[in-house]
Design a protein around this ligand. Sequence first.
Ligand code: SDX
Length: 430
Amino acid sequence: MAETAELILNGQSITLPVIEGTEHEKAFDIGKLRDQTGYVTLDSGYKNTGATKSAITFLDGEEGILRYRGYPIEQLAENSSFLEVGYLLIYGHLPTQAELTDFSSQITKHTLIHEDMRKIFDGFPSSTHPMAILSSLTCALTGFYPESINPNQTADENNLQIVRLMAKLSTIAAWTYKNSVGHPLNYPRNDLDYCANLLYMMFSFPTEKYEVNPVVVTAMNKLLILHADHEQNCSTSTVRLVGSANASLYGSVSAGINALWGPLHGGANQEVIEMLEEILKSGGDTSKFIARAKDKNDQFRLMGFGHRVYKNFDPRAKIIKKAADEVLHALGLQDSPLLKIAQELEQAALTDEYFIERKLYPNVDFYSGIIYKALGIPTEMFTVMFALGRLPGWIAQWKEMRENKEPIGRPRQIYTGELERNYVPMAERK
Ligand code: SDX
């Protein structure tokens, strides 16, 4: 007998069906609640509200579990590549060698961006934050590929838009960086794989031969894999909501990039490094910052700590922490003062009642910036790297929402404003 819930309202009994997912998560299906009762539910920040059913990513915040299409993140980070994980998220299965070769070569073929995009780059003041450029140029792709504005294309046409976005966002990201430091732009190289090409476009100079460091490529792959999807987080929910209005993939992802930019979300990785640098500059005393984070009258938060869902260690943080150690050792940066401060801060917080009581643990952003910095990526580009990693997740979630023919997202509200009142002519206003 299917489980149900009973709501007693003004003496009336309403039966709510209970739905259960494959990992036995349960939900009251309130799809007919307003029709049956005239009531809606209210849940600021959607802390208790499921927006959709999805087969892409499963995470268990209490157990610290994260799986993409059923595969544990630990195994993917260890054995896979970013493009293989991208294919898995978008198409639902681990690709055969032929499928992966085709996907990778298609992406390689589309990394070049239209020369007119350079004119858009040139229009941005050099002070522009890279995330503003990334979201603008992502949406601008609809200008170069107007057919992409219509999301109701054939599967092949949609796949072309997907490949174009996966390919061109890496070039746009690299050019955004070069533009910000006034260096000549590097065109993509088809002889390099995705991560090596990204690093080449970001760090090579026409004046010298650029050697791709395999340690850096491995670290980059791992970081991008770990950021690739995270079920219904703020930016992914934004992509799904914007896409539910039949907006284009490029327009939906552009909106997601702006949501990710928020310092409480993906922007936290930049804030973490700036916080660690501030601690370093002030003599390395972490206790002052822990005290500020606990002070209700201080807006300061321990960036990189806490999570809406993980009330245990963020499994990604564990992997990234280990990778940070490995990468810094491999690059001879093991004595990085920022790494030391981060480790001290983590230890201090994990033994402090305030953080323990609130189940605040390091999240994906706490250590990722230390690796990005060691790879030579400037702080302002950290969230751009997060967006590059999250791109296949956004695409997969947008595609799933469309394939499931989900209705346009339109939440209700409880009105708390003025009751009806008449217009007051200017002369009578006080
Ligand atoms: C990401 O959703 C996702 O999946 C996101 C993400 C992804 O992959 O897409 O995982 C990526 O966004 C990671 C989170 C990065 N953000 C940060 O590191 C910023 C710092 N963390 C927070 O601001 C906070 O923890 C959030 C935003 C992440 C979660 O906030 P919630 O769930 O709304 O929790 P809350 O703000 O209600 O906090 C609960 C309590 C409060 O104290 P009380 O009012 O109960 O006394 O915990 C406190 C908060 O003040 N708290 C913190 C804190 N985080 C929460 N106090 C100090 N420092 C912090 N970092």
